[in-house]
Design a protein around this ligand. Structure first.
Ligand code: NAD
Length: 473
């Protein structure tokens, strides 16, 4: 069993759940019992909201530079503890610790918003005779972030960093599948200098999230997770106090590979995209549209590129693909493998090699209407289709309820830009998949992949309300 602290982090203090509830965490690699984690109920949620209310206005009254200094100290602590963060996530959700850069990545997000929070500007207008009109930006007050398990630290940073830079207090609800890295870093919130109540960490399952989504004194909620839960949160918000809601949801991301593309580079990039984190990535390229002239060569190259993944213990340095995060994930992946075998042809992989492990798998000859092609698998499973011309490829890509990420591979720059513009997607990679290299560009989804944006300057705006003031002179 892990010895790390697993209590709730309320008012800068590790606190047991008032009702005494806990839930167990098991290692998906070997089934061992890793920890029992406190589960927040109604009284704990209320305690966190009260602490946030007490703290937030003083926090908002600080100079931006003072908030930024605390955020930068916190970023430094995340960097220092990056290895432990990676090891904890390896044990609870199977992501290989080697190469897991979430600690450093999350630190960069805190640094970025520390800088941005120092320069929050409104607007002014002299257009109305007899008036000087100004608009100022103000924080919401008590806010909530509900996060998934596949990138615990990153999802936390995408919400907490802009929220506190804008002067809000935030309560983070971790995922019941992967709470440990956030439980571990909770103590650095106080060490960095955040006053009690500004960043609080609650653990628990959907019920805890629901209590927060329905809470009448929470003004803003930012959610990352499945489209199904996003819908429930939107409804809970509508039925309670009409919270401002940001949603980062699921995807079924398409990639087009034209006949002039570098086949090996495209195959290697697509293999990494669907194999990274065992395919449990919202922007994984899971639908590939390949020009008919190169279809067979591409499928072969993709299979070759998939051989690079090495299954094993996520704590071992040589492991590049861990298990699915838990039994429920494995059941889902197995179900969709079954759909693929009924509806089409296995061109590569297709087997579970050990409990919770799946070979990276390519399906071909899948009807476009198949569930495998329409629904998010969240596993290392890709479908490859043929296309004849550009219009057909774009039409097929856009025939999806999702619109989170898309990519296009071609050496023709005009075509790349033309196609990128027509794809219905929040982000498009040109000759690359899923890079997410930039902290300064908006990230989010079209259609059922989300509402609103995170990352970059657009990621700060959703944590601020506008207030216009009409000054008679
Ligand atoms: P999930 O929707 O099952 O759970 C996400 C969070 O919501 C968890 O903390 C969970 O406890 C909580 N929750 C569950 N029911 C709730 C309810 N009724 N009210 C409030 N909270 C509730 O998603 P998951 O399995 O943790 O994550 C995988 C999903 O997240 C995938 O669909 C993936 O595409 C998506 N995702 C999206 C992005 C993005 O940026 N768009 C990033 C990562 C993951």
């Amino acid at each position: 069993m892990s010895t790390i602290e697993t209590r709730l982090y309320i008012n800068n203090t590790y606190t047991a759940a008032k009702a005494g509830d806990t839930f167990p965490i098991f290692n998906p690699f070997d089934g061992s019992h890793v920890a029992d984690v406190c589960s927040a109920g109604e009284d704990d949620v209320e305690a966190a909201v009260i602490a946030a209310e007490r703290a937030q206005q003083k926090w908002a009254a600080l100079a931006g530079t003072e908030r930024a200094a605390i955020m930068r100290r916190f970023a430094e602590l995340l960097r220092q503890h990056a290895r432990m963060i990676a090891e904890l996530d390896a044990q609870v959700m199977g992501r290989p610790a080697q190469g897991n850069t979430e600690g450093a990545g999350s630190a960069a997000i805190f640094d970025y918003y520390a800088g941005l929070g120092e320069h929050v500007h409104g607007t002014s207008s002299l257009l109305t005779p007899g008036f000087i009109n100004v608009s100022i930006k103000q924080p919401f007050g008590v806010t909530v972030g509900i996060i998934p398990w596949n990138f615990p630290l990153g999802s936390f940073a995408f919400k907490a960093a802009p929220a506190v830079a804008a002067g809000n207090a935030i309560i983070i609800k971790t995922s019941e599948k992967a709470p440990l890295s956030l439980a571990y870093i909770s103590e650095y919130i106080e060490k960095a200098g955040f006053p009690p109540g500004i960043i609080q960490i609650l653990h628990g399952a959907g019920k805890t999230g629901q209590l927060l989504s329905e809470h009448m004194r929470v003004r803003k909620i930012s959610f990352t997770g499945s489209t199904q839960t996003g819908r429930a949160i939107l409804i809970a918000s509508a039925k309670s106090n009409m919270k401002n809601v940001t949603l980062e949801l699921g995807g079924k991301s398409p990639t087009i590979i034209f006949d002039d593309a570098d086949i090996d580079k495209a195959a290697s990039s697509c293999a990494f995209s669907i194999g990274f984190n065992s395919g449990q990535v919202c922007i994984a390229s899971s639908r590939l549209y390949v020009h008919e002239q190169i279809h067979d060569r591409f499928v072969q190259a993709l299979g070759q590129a998939m051989i690079q993944f090495r299954h094993g213990d996520p704590l071992d340095a040589g492991t590049t693909m861990g298990p699915q995060a838990d039994k429920a994930q494995s059941t889902t992946v197995a179900k969709y493998m079954g759909v693929g075998k009924e509806d089409g042809v296995v061109a590569h992989g297709g087997q579970s090699t050990k409990e919770n492990f799946f070979e990276p798998t390519i399906f071909t000859d899948i009807p476009h209407s198949s569930r495998l092609n329409r629904e998010e698998v969240f596993g290392p499973v890709v479908v490859v289709h043929r296309f004849v011309d550009e219009d057909e490829a774009i039409k097929l890509c856009n025939e999806s309820e999702y619109g989170l990420y898309a990519a296009v591979f071609t050496r023709n720059v005009d075509r790349a830009l033309r196609v990128a513009k027509r794809l219905e997607s929040g982000s498009v990679g040109v000759n690359c998949n899923s890079p997410m290299t930039a902290n300064d560009l908006p990230f989010g989804g079209w259609k059922m992949s989300g509402m609103g944006r995170e990352n970059g300057p657009n990621g700060l705006a959703p944590w601020l309300e506008d207030k216009s003031m009409y000054i008679k002179v």
